[in-house]
Design a protein around this ligand. Structure first.
Ligand SMILES: [Zn+2]
Length: 68
């Protein structure tokens, strides 16, 4: 897996742990490079679990919502 990160401001390549972009000098977020995708995956899993819980929890009376 590539550890290449890009500055959101100028698009230049920055290294994980850099506090500032070496290209444009904009301050970089402190969590840059610390597996930002993992947060998204966790959020996605949480949404999926929430959907499953809602499907199980709600009564299977979908005709009410289908306009019948
Ligand atoms: Zn930059």
């Amino acid at each position: 897996m590539s550890n290449q990160l890009h500055c959101k401001h100028c698009g230049g390549i920055v290294k994980a742990g850099n506090k500032k972009c070496p290209h444009c000098g904009i301050p970089l977020p402190p969590d840059l490079g610390k597996h930002p995708q993992r947060k998204f995956i966790l959020f996605f899993i949480a949404v999926v679990i929430f959907c499953i819980v809602m499907i199980i929890w709600l009564p299977p009376n979908w005709s009410k919502f289908m306009g019948n």
